[in-house]
Write a protein that binds this ligand. Structure first.
Ligand SMILES: [Zn+2]
Length: 97
């Protein structure tokens, strides 16, 4: 993971030992729409990093579409992220399409 394009925007993806919210909470990941960075915490189990990465990508997709209400629905974002990761992992041939 280095850079990812979401719509017309390119985000730099960085892994860090600690990712904190603006109010000091520990996070698994975050997307920074201003600096165009996706930060992934390495403090979480390795198996959780890909769902976290997809979670932040989905935030980026929804933000790009100005779907703010859906973008603030963390449960929806997590369900979509986990679903995408599961489908891709269970159907590796999909990445060859
Ligand atoms: Zn989120």
């Amino acid at each position: 993971m280095d850079n990812i394009r979401v719509g017309p925007l390119r985000y730099k993806v960085v892994e860090l030992p600690i990712v904190k919210s603006e109010d000091g909470r520990d996070l698994y990941g975050e997307i920074d729409y201003v600096e165009r960075k996706i930060r992934i915490s390495t403090a979480q189990p390795e198996a959780a990093r890909l769902p976290t990465y997809w979670h932040e990508v989905i935030h980026g997709i929804l933000a790009q579409a100005a779907m703010h209400k859906q973008n603030n629905n963390e449960q929806l974002v997590t369900i979509l992220a986990n679903g995408i990761v599961q489908v891709l992992q269970d159907n590796p041939e999909m990445s060859e399409v």
